[in-house]
Write a protein that binds this ligand. Structure first.
Ligand code: ASP
Length: 248
């Protein structure tokens, strides 16, 4: 089967001065995923690697570059799902980890659970030999500036989030026809401490099923969760709904 990888770097309008580097970032991620698929790698390898690259890129709201919570700290969410088996793994509100998407994969592969959260996720990371990184290494000047700007009473976190940067994600089909998705985020800017968005919730922040397809969404997590958006999209695809622009 012809391999395919599709990546995204978040919803909304990106300011002109950041657009070029963001575009380069998503292209690099897509290329990296595609090379893995061309060499016969799995869809899971491709999406995790593509998302890892974007987590390492400070242009995106995931890993390094994550938006800050109301206390000025980084708490991240990530999810992976394997369309062959419907197995998934996730972490929520995790701190001091460079690549939450890789930790989500470890949750899927090495535990009997689907999601580990906060300190429990960090403990699991340590037990797997995942290095703990200083929180400062995940925080960019841009994230700090936006955090300060949005502390006031008139701040609108939804508008602010959508306007500037976003979550990252990828879906892929490998040469064996297997499908996978991965999503990773710092969440919503100035979110409450402990807030968990759509990203680590299976069916909301992603879904992959070999029989139908895969989704990795971005947008206001609380709205996405209302309708379990990823599974809903696949439900409509399953029912034969056509893309209004002409595709399937
Ligand atoms: N969906 C993410 C969240 O609510 C944010 C985003 O996609 O930008 O955590």
């Amino acid at each position: 089967m012809l391999p395919v990888v599709v990546v995204h770097g978040g919803a909304g309008h990106i300011p002109k001065e950041r657009a070029e580097l963001s575009t380069i970032g998503v292209k690099e991620a897509a290329r990296t995923g595609y090379v893995i698929l061309q060499k016969g790698g799995s869809a899971m390898d491709a999406v995790v690697e593509a998302v890892t690259l974007m987590e390492n890129n400070p242009r995106f709201n995931a890993g390094r570059g994550s938006v800050l919570n109301v206390k000025g700290e980084v708490e991240m969410d990530a999810l992976v799902m394997d369309g062959r088996t419907l197995a998934s793994g996730a972490v929520s509100a995790v701190r001091r980890v460079a690549n939450p998407v890789q930790l989500a994969r470890l949750v899927m592969e090495k535990t009997n659970h689907l999601c580990l959260t906060a300190e429990g996720a960090s403990k699991f990371a340590r037990s797997m030999g995942v290095p703990e990184v200083p929180e400062e290494s995940l925080i960019t000047d841009y994230a700090k500036m936006r955090w300060k700007k949005n502390l006031g009473p008139d701040a609108n976190p939804v508008e602010c989030q959508m306007g500037k940067m976003g979550t990252v994600g990828a879906v892929a089909v490998d040469i064996d026809g297997n499908i996978a998705c991965a999503t990773s985020t710092g969440g919503m800017i100035n979110k409450m401490e402990g807030r968990v968005g759509d990203t680590p919730c299976v069916g909301c922040g992603g879904y992959a099923d070999n029989k139908i397809g895969a989704v990795s969404p971005t947008g206001h997590g609380e709205a996405i969760m209302k309708v379990t958006l990823s599974r809903l999209i696949l439900f409509h695809m399953e029912q034969g709904m056509e893309d209004p622009r002409g595709g399937k």
